[in-house]
Design a protein. Structure first.
Length: 154
C-alpha cells in the first residue's frame, strides 16, 4: 500500500504515474504465443506489471514482475515493445498510469511461483490474447507481437 499512497500523491500533484510491464512470449511449432495472467482483484486478463524499482532498470523490474506474477523466467529485449496507458483502481480513486512494456523471451515457465495461488495464466496467440485485454492500447501492442520476427529463446 505504500507504493499506492505514493502514486496517489504524485497523481494529485499532476505528475505522471509510471509502471513497467513484461509481455512474455515463446515460439511453439513456429507460432508466436504470449502469456497473459489474471489480475488479483478483478480477475481480468493483463500482462505482468508493477511499479519501478529503486536501483533497477525498467527491463530488470519487468523481469522481476514476470517471475513473481506469472512464473516466467527469461530475458527482455533491449528496446521496449511500446507504451500504453490505463486507469488504475486505487483504494480511494482511479489514476492514469503510463506503462512501458518490454517483450520477454520466456526461457522457462515455472510450475510454482510467488503469486500462483492468486493468479491464473494462459499462453495464447497474440490475436486471441488481444481480444481478452480490456485496455485498447495494450491490446494493440499485443496484436503487434504477431508481426514481429521473433526467434525461439536460446
Amino acid at each position: 500500500m505504500a507504493k499506492e499512497k505514493k502514486a496517489l500523491r504524485k497523481a494529485k500533484k499532476g505528475k505522471p504515474i509510471r509502471q513497467v510491464a513484461a509481455v512474455p512470449f515463446r515460439v511453439q511449432d513456429g507460432k508466436v504465443e504470449v502469456m497473459l495472467v489474471t489480475s488479483r482483484t478483478t480477475k481480468r486478463f493483463i500482462v505482468p506489471k508493477g511499479w519501478p524499482m529503486k536501483g533497477k532498470s525498467g527491463r530488470q523490474a519487468a523481469l522481476i514482475e514476470a517471475r513473481e506474477e506469472a512464473g516466467v523466467a527469461g530475458h527482455t529485449l533491449k528496446e521496449p515493445l511500446g507504451r500504453y496507458t490505463y486507469w488504475k483502481r486505487l483504494s480511494e480513486s482511479f489514476v492514469l498510469v503510463e506503462v512501458t512494456a518490454y517483450l520477454l523471451a520466456a526461457d522457462e515457465t515455472l510450475a510454482d511461483w510467488d503469486e500462483a495461488s492468486a493468479r491464473q495464466r494462459a499462453w495464447l496467440s497474440p490475436a486471441d490474447a488481444a481480444t481478452l485485454i480490456d485496455e485498447p492500447e495494450l491490446a494493440t501492442l499485443i496484436r503487434s507481437v504477431a508481426t514481429l520476427s521473433l526467434e525461439s529463446p536460446s
